[in-house]
Design a protein around this ligand. Structure first.
Ligand code: UTP
Length: 289
């Protein structure tokens, strides 16, 4: 079965990045000159997913404006002969069919995914967290779609984390199938390091069978009083197999201040137009510290 739809929950409050997120969505924080959510959308498009539902909330209008056509801007750029900029601006609005649903209250990631119910219908779908950027030779979600094609079951994107960091993630326990694939046997939301079943953490990429929606409907409030996606996955495990795939690539949590800085610095060092001068600048700067 092919994955044609992606859901990007982007309605969270972004409290780790206050005060910037008081009036602007964290998903719009620019990594150099591109908002985080565009990196995520590009990953979907590169994997052949062109139907995207963004879960938004109050104060997130900037996301809708970003993916809309900007007639005035396009006209001015055209008049001024700024062809390169015009091409970039036009592409954003045309790269995918973007739809929106509002999560009226930030009741948790699970609740945000449940808001996609009517749009999803009975199809399997991908979920991308709007603040998780993953760089990989083959887009992370494409790697997972290849596994899905074979297994036809939900797949969680996972990576290894330090034990001291388990309380920031959903952590899985699983039966190893090969170097990068597990059959999930247990999943726990943000366990303390000494109680965590492993150090294999779920990060912002998922493929779900539509059954997750039924499980979400039956999931009550969990950790932090939020409807947790992890809890719905836990009940899904009892009904059908769920796999965890250790993707090849590097992930940045830009909703975290340090993660945001890491992404900015590393991308600057990779970009043709910035690499040389930024590298020289950093070298010079580091001598002083
Ligand atoms: P996070 O836990 O990283 O987001 O959720 P948050 O709650 O916005 O951030 P902090 O912890 O307060 O800083 C992961 C993703 O799920 C979305 C967020 O927008 C983010 O992309 N989310 C979270 C929702 O869409 N709705 C929610 O109710 C909660």
């Amino acid at each position: 079965m092919k994955i044609n739809k992606a859901v990007i929950p982007a309605a969270g409050l972004g409290t780790r990045f206050l005060p910037a997120t008081k009036s602007s969505p964290k998903e719009m924080l620019p990594i150099i000159d591109k908002p985080a959510i565009q990196y995520v959308t590009e990953e979907a498009v590169q994997a052949g997913i062109f139907s995207i539902l963004i879960i938004t909330g109050r104060g997130k209008e900037a996301i809708e404006n970003y993916f809309d056509v900007s007639f005035e801007l396009e006209k001015i750029l055209e008049e001024r002969g700024k062809e390169e900029e015009l091409k970039i601006v036009k592409e954003i609005a045309r790269m995918a069919d973007v739809f929106y649903v509002r999560q009226k209250e930030a009741l948790g990631l699970g609740h945000a995914v449940l808001c996609a119910e009517n749009w999803i219908g009975k199809e399997p779908f991908a979920v991308f967290l709007g603040d998780d950027i993953i760089f990989a030779e083959t887009p992370c979600i494409k790697q997972m779609m290849d596994i899905f094609e074979e297994k036809n079951k939900s797949i969680l994107g996972v990576m290894d984390v330090e034990r001291e960091d388990t309380s920031k993630f959903g952590i899985i326990e699983g039966k190893k199938i090969d170097e990068s694939l597990y059959e999930v046997t247990e999943i726990v939301e943000k366990p303390e390091p000494d109680e965590s079943p492993s150090t294999t953490a779920v990060v912002g990429r998922y493929i779900f069978t539509p059954r997750i929606i039924d499980e979400l409907k039956n999931t009550g409030k969990g950790l932090g009083g939020e409807i947790q996606l992890t809890d719905a996955i836990k009940s899904l495990l009892k009904k059908e197999k769920v796999y965890a795939y250790r993707f090849k690539g590097k992930r940045y949590d830009i909703g975290d201040k340090f993660g945001f800085i890491k992404a900015t610095v590393e991308i600057a060092l990779k970009r043709e137009d910035l690499r040389k001068k930024f590298y020289e600048y950093l070298k010079e700067l580091l001598r002083k510290y």
